[in-house]
Design a protein around this ligand. Structure first.
Ligand code: NAD
Length: 453
């Protein structure tokens, strides 16, 4: 079976891709099991060198990978280059792991007790369409570094950069079968990862709806899971902050990647005493956002990924919606949706549901307690921002908001050397940071009896 990919900025046919069937998945897993044994047995320095060579191959192809993402996903070229460079950086960061994955020596009576961090075996990574490269590498780099093999299933709409990364891995010298990219349907390839006993862990990033099914399926084999799911994050703006900066940066906190970002700060909560002033400052910032051809250097926001997703986002803003203001978007072919600002009631579905597009709601709050209650009034808990000039308030509020990744007076949330993941229904487990490789190992404790002399 093949699928035809479409350039979301032009609606032109881009390329066809062959989809993997169940037999193809089973063959890949069989090859991965063999490759993993050899990989785990190789000297740590050899594995480190191989991962650095993979990183170097990615570095040499940043331009090509970025161009593929522009065409396949509509990401602005500057963002796509950052994403490809991020793959290199994550590989480099975890290339240190094989030589540093030391267990513990624990003092016990009668002998020597040590722990080993054993690789799990074959890891299945399932990615969504919104950030194909970064999300893939967050799974495969630490998994490989910890001595595992990886089978990666990219999302149906955006497989091209993942396929190229699979080729670059081989070209750089990684053993055949160690890292395989299997384009295909979630209901075929994804589900086979879950049902196949040879896959020992699933790293799933996607919707909370599918994530709960993945977790339920994995439970039948006590298969390990890491889940990175949806979000409805709050950007909390207190009256005592640098309001100009908070308003100028708010569009980038939510409209990055056309709002197709699990960390999008899609609920802006503003203290009532500065609400009108904030809206006055926000309007030119939203209208000034450069929306257009993703291949152009000055573009800040591209199209939505597909017609189907466009329809899903548009359904949240029917014609009779009371829109506060909107930015621009090209007309003509392409799945263009303008940055859109709404000021609905707290209970409106635009406030409670993840829209995953360039639509933001702005709500007033009364005081610190109200802001925290409102921020936490969601089943999600992935990300968020807090804007205040008061350090004590920044500490209090960042401890009180139930989310895995917060930033104070900025919208930063992802660094490869710090942990990333969600509270509540935004996920389970953490990716990135110094501990990620450990999540791809089993701890083995061995006691060596020592005879008295
Ligand atoms: P999705 O859940 O529809 O699909 C994600 C992946 O799962 C795709 O590869 C899909 O083919 C696969 N899949 C679908 N059905 C499956 C099944 N039955 N078994 C196994 N795999 C299956 O999500 P999407 O629409 O691609 O991505 C958008 C969602 O991802 C949003 O909710 C967003 O918040 C979330 N997301 C979360 C993070 C995070 O790190 N927390 C990052 C990016 C995206």
């Amino acid at each position: 079976m093949i699928t035809e990919l479409v350039n979301p900025a032009t609606e032109q046919a881009l390329r066809t891709v062959e989809l993997t069937d169940v037999d193809g998945v089973d063959d890949a897993i069989a090859r991965a099991k063999i490759a993993q044994k050899g990989w785990a047995a190789a000297a740590p320095a050899e594995r480190a060198t191989a991962l650095r060579a993979f990183a170097a191959a990615v570095d040499a192809h940043v331009g090509e990978l970025a161009a593929l993402e522009v065409a396949n996903s509509g990401h602005p070229i500057g963002a796509a280059e950052w994403e490809a460079g991020h793959v290199r950086d994550v590989l480099q960061f975890y290339s240190a792991t094989p030589e540093r994955l030391s267990g513990k020596q624990i003092p016990v009576a009668g002998g020597l007790d040590v722990t080993f961090n054993e690789p799990m075996g074959v890891i299945g990574v399932i990615t969504p369409w919104n950030f194909p490269m970064p999300i893939a590498v967050w799974g495969f780099a630490p998994a490989l570094a910890a001595g595992n093999a990886v089978v990666l299933k990219p999302a149906e709409w955006t497989p091209l950069t993942s396929i190229r990364l699979g080729e670059l891995a081989l070209e750089s010298g990684l053993p055949e079968g160690l890292f395989q990219v299997l384009p295909g349907q979630g209901s075929v390839v994804g589900e086979r990862f879950i049902s196949h006993p040879g896959v020992r862990k699933i790293v799933f990033t996607g919707s909370t709806e599918v994530g709960t099914m993945v977790m339920a399926g994995a439970a039948t084999q006590v298969k390990r899971v890491t889940l990175e799911l949806g979000g409805k994050s709050a950007n909390i703006v207190f009256a005592d902050c640098d309001l100009e900066k908070a308003a100028a940066t708010a569009p980038y906190g939510v409209f990055d990647n056309a709002g197709q970002d699990c960390c999008a700060r899609s609920r802006i909560l503003v203290q009532r005493s500065v609400f009108d002033k904030f809206m006055e400052l926000l309007e030119p910032a939203v209208k000034g956002l450069v929306v257009g051809d993703p291949a152009a250097r000055d573009t800040e926001m591209g199209p939505l990924v597909s017609r189907k997703h466009f329809d899903s986002v548009a359904a949240y803003v029917p014609d009779d919606t009371n829109v506060a203001f909107r930015g621009s978007a090209p007309s003509g072919p392409g799945f263009w949706f303008p940055p859109t600002v709404l000021t609905p009631e707290r209970t409106d579905r635009t406030v409670t549901e993840e829209i995953f597009g360039p639509v933001v709601t702005v709500l007033p709050f009364e005081d610190e307690a109200d802001a925290i209650a409102l921020a936490n009034d969601t089943e999600y808990g992935l990300s968020g921002s807090i804007w205040t000039g008061n350090l004590s308030r920044a500490v209090r509020v960042s401890r009180a908001v139930d989310a895995g990744n917060l930033s104070v007076n900025s919208h930063s949330s992802v660094r490869y050397n710090t942990p990333f993941g969600g509270f509540k229904q935004s996920g389970l487990g953490r990716e990135l940071g110094p501990d990620a490789p450990l999540h791809f190992t089993e701890t083995k404790n061995v006691f060596f009896a020592v005879e008295e002399s």
